[in-house]
Design a protein around this ligand. Structure first.
Ligand SMILES: [Zn+2]
Length: 64
């Protein structure tokens, strides 16, 4: 269940996110909401809400 903030998207307050992993080559960041544990992929494009499976596939070394 997403928190109210995540339901309306990836936006401020950004301190609700914890950075779990980085892909320096892209660059992109795997971010987790501290309120609801939603996983977001932050990159140069539109931030994307990820499933656990998708996040593990994108960031195999992350401890999700
Ligand atoms: Zn959230």
């Amino acid at each position: 269940m997403l928190c109210t903030d995540c339901q309306s998207g990836y936006h401020a307050p950004y301190d609700r996110f914890e950075r779990l992993a980085t892909k320096p080559d892209v660059p992109s960041f795997l971010m987790r909401c501290r309120q609801c544990a939603a996983l977001w992929n932050e990159s140069s494009g539109v931030p994307e809400l990820l499933t656990r499976t998708h996040a593990r596939w994108l960031y195999p070394t992350a401890r999700i």
